[in-house]
Ligand binder design. Structure first.
Ligand code: HEM
Length: 498
């Protein structure tokens, strides 16, 4: 007897429904993670957390979950988040759990993995060896260029003389790209100079277009996207192809390098020279395409993270006059001539400057999302009393660790003084650059630019918020990096009289 098509479809639909229902029941009631607190609808599907990611609210939603359910929360069929300093060390430092390829794979650039996105620890350590101590040695190599760039920053604002507000996100993005390009090629891009004559800089625009254009690309079918890229508008063309612009820039700079002979290679100084030393070496995983993409990735990973952190810090100072006055007193003493920027070694030793930067990174570091790791095979991971099987995704986020009231009383208060007490709890709850073997490789460059720019700007200018810059406009949205809801941070820099 022939089976009617409608019966067949009904049977298939019924089977599918039963399968999904039994999966939900199993995940909720029989999985090894069943006893971990959390909302039931999150335990049965990754969908809910994903929606918050797309609305730039995942970090704040996760923070609320910790408040409601405590320091361990189940947020997916196979995902557990925690907010605890000891567990944080077990996962990222002692355990060196590998990154979750499902999340980090999505951050690959045009299909190329780079140091940030590599899930496999072994490939990552080879790549990290190629980068070597680059960012730790930049200070001795590039200090004079970094001082010049910071001087240019002062000149740009001096020229305006406080007459109009400045969007710090834009200004400091140009400052930062100048710094990153110097450390990568020893090449002076001059983005800040272009900013002063209102001329767009292709490379810094491409860096900030990248996250927006990649997000848009996610929602458009690839053929349609390719067609859209041909739309005859110069700004749109640039917006839709930031990686192409960055790649062409990197390739052109590499072509300008003198032939890399053995001698040159052995005293390699710039990032690119270091990477070239490992080009095509056995097991390096570094051919020319990978090398170019690793370089492009450092532009992207380093520029907005640093400029956003710095913008928030300056804004925070405008909200805390007593902190600014104290910082100015320290800087006035150390910088009798405001235009002479001290040696970076001197800035590193200024207690209040460093306390302000630590506190800025704590409250408003730019990269505070969940750092997802996978419990490796063969390990029985104990997470605050729960047994977590291998293959489970575990994660914490700096946003919540930095707001743990046990380490940071009144955690929302911007209070640099807390760093002057040398409280070990503060250090143990501090992870603005991540932790362990996957810690931010650009951290020394980021710290140096934060010190240089903060010292130069606070010593030379009275800074106040423009009327458009309010708590509401600076409310944090959480994307790849954090950013203000209004997309800008307008401040007024009036030269100080002494
Ligand atoms: C305030 C500024 C910065 C912040 C807050 C920041 C934050 C972070 C964090 C949290 C990670 C770890 C991500 C993870 O574990 O998944 C990371 C990794 C990384 N960052 Fe940064 N970063 C900053 C500046 C920079 C700069 C200036 C550069 C380079 C120019 C850079 C390049 C990288 C790279 C290449 C990685 C991947 C490291 C690896 O896994 O080997 N970052 N950053």
């Amino acid at each position: 007897m022939a089976v009617a098509l409608s019966d067949l479809l009904f049977a298939l639909f019924g089977a599918g429904f039963l399968l999904s229902a039994s999966k939900i029941v199993y995940t909720a009631f029989f999985s090894a993670l069943r006893d971990i607190p959390g909302p039931w609808y999150m335990a049965v599907s990754d969908f809910w957390l994903g929606t918050h990611l797309l609305r730039f609210q995942q970090t704040s939603t996760v923070h609320e979950l910790f408040r409601k359910y405590g320091p361990v929360v189940r947020v997916g069929p196979n995902k557990v988040i925690f907010c605890d300093a000891a567990a944080m060390r077990s996962v990222y430092v002692q355990g060196k759990f590998p990154k979750n390829p499902e999340i980090y794979g999505k951050l690959d650039i045009d299909g190329y993995e780079f140091s940030l996105t590599m899930a496999d620890n072994a490939s990552h350590s080879v790549r990290r060896r190629a980068i070597g101590s680059h960012y730790y040695s930049i200070l001795s190599q590039f200090q004079s260029q970094m001082h010049q760039i910071t001087q240019q920053l002062i000149n740009n604002l001096d020229a305006l003389s406080g007459r109009e507000p400045v969007d710090c996100l834009l200004l400091l993005k140009n400052y930062m790209i100048d710094m990153v390009v110097v450390s990568t090629f020893g090449f002076e891009l001059g983005a800040l100079q272009k900013w002063s004559v209102d001329t767009p800089e292709l490379i810094s625009d491409a860096v900030s277009d990248y996250p927006k254009s990649s997000l848009m690309k996610l929602f458009v079918p690839s053929l349609l996207w390719k067609a859209l890229c041909l739309f005859p508008n110069a700004r749109w063309r640039r917006f839709s192809q930031p990686v192409k612009i960055l790649k062409e820039f990197v390739v052109a700079r590499i072509a300008e390098l003198p032939q890399i002979d053995d001698k040159k290679v052995s005293d390699a100084t710039t990032l690119v020279e270091r990477l070239l030393k490992h080009l095509d070496a056995p097991n390096s995983g570094l051919d020319m395409d990978n090398l170019v993409m690793e370089t492009v990735a450092h532009f992207i990973a380093g520029t907005e993270t640093s400029s956003i952190t710095l913008s928030y810090l300056l804004w925070q100072l405008t909200c805390s006059p007593e902190v600014t006055e104290k910082l100015q007193r320290e800087l006035d003493e150390e910088m009798p001539d405001p235009h002479v920027i001290p040696d970076i070694g001197v800035l590193q030793e200024l207690p209040y400057l460093n306390a302000c930067i630590q506190e800025g990174l704590r409250v408003h570091g730019a990269f505070t999302n969940l750092l997802e790791r996978v419990v490796p095979p063969g390990s029985d991971f104990q997470l605050m009393g729960y047994s977590i099987p291998a293959g489970t995704v575990v994660a914490t986020q700096a946003w919540s660790i930095h707001r743990d009231p046990r380490a940071f009383p009144s955690p929302e208060r911007f209070d640099p003084e807390r760093w002057l007490k040398n409280d070990p709890q503060c250090a143990a709850h501090f992870m603005p650059f991540g932790l362990g073997t996957r810690v931010c490789s650009g951290q020394p460059l980021a710290q140096t630019t934060l010190r240089l720019a903060t010292a130069a700007l606070v010593r030379n200018f009275t800074i106040r918020a423009d009327k458009t810059t309010t708590k509401e406009s600076m409310k944090v949205w959480h994307g790849f990096s954090n950013f203000p809801a209004s997309g800008q941070c307008k401040l007024v820099f009036t030269p100080r009289t002494s």
